[in-house]
Design a protein. Structure first.
Length: 208
């Protein structure tokens, strides 16, 4: 009897262990933490809301002048904290193959509150991707650099409403008279190009 009892308990233990192993293997790993989406328009704003110099920029990420303008504005905002607020709007140009695709990734980054991280990197690396036959892998790499949630990014890029939101910005710019990039509205006044922007801002700073 003792021998049979021992065999029985051994069988039970083996059964429990095997069952546990199977359960572990078949249990799905939890999905990566979902990032709460925010209003992209909020994400595309930086600076103080009550800043005396309010700038709205219409941008094409493939535009070389836009990359230069971004450097100027970043330095200026660091040197003049609290003086400038910046709102970004999309204006992909027809002649730029990756104007729209880059804006799509930027908008998806905005939904995860990482617009400016993508904005800075995509412009800084512009010369590396703008002449590629396929720049999408470059945008995917930038998305990983700023730690975008890949599942949400994929869903965002597949959303038909994504292009509509970009088109709305461009239609708004067209209605305001925007024809090229970068075009800025400084306290409501339209100025085209970084040089004109610099002159306008200097005028305002002298008055403050």
């Amino acid at each position: 009897m003792a021998k049979k009892s021992k065999q029985f308990y051994t069988f039970v233990i083996i059964f429990v262990i095997v069952g546990f192993v199977i359960a572990v293997k078949t249990t799905k790993r939890p999905e990566a933490t979902t990032v709460a989406e925010i209003d992209p328009k909020v994400a595309r704003f930086k600076g103080e809301a009550n800043a005396p110099i309010k700038i709205t920029e219409f941008i094409d990420f493939q535009c070389p002048a836009c990359a230069n303008g971004a450097k100027y504005l970043k330095k200026l905002m660091e040197e003049r904290p609290g003086m400038i607020s910046l709102t970004m709007k999309y204006f992909p140009l027809r002649g730029h193959k990756y104007g729209l695709p880059s804006a799509r990734y930027a908008q998806c980054a905005a939904k995860q509150n990482k617009f400016w991280g993508f904005h800075d990197r995509v412009l800084a690396s512009q010369n590396d991707w703008k002449k590629l036959n396929d720049a999408i892998p470059a945008f995917e790499h930038l998305a990983k650099e700023i730690n975008l949630n890949s599942k949400q990014l994929k869903a965002c890029l597949a959303d038909n409403a994504l292009n509509e939101s970009i088109t709305q910005d461009k239609m708004e710019g067209t209605a305001l008279g925007v024809k090229s990039t970068p075009t800025y509205f400084v306290n409501g006044k339209m100025v085209v190009g970084t040089k004109s922007l610099s002159l306008e801002i200097n005028k305002i700073l002298k008055l403050n």
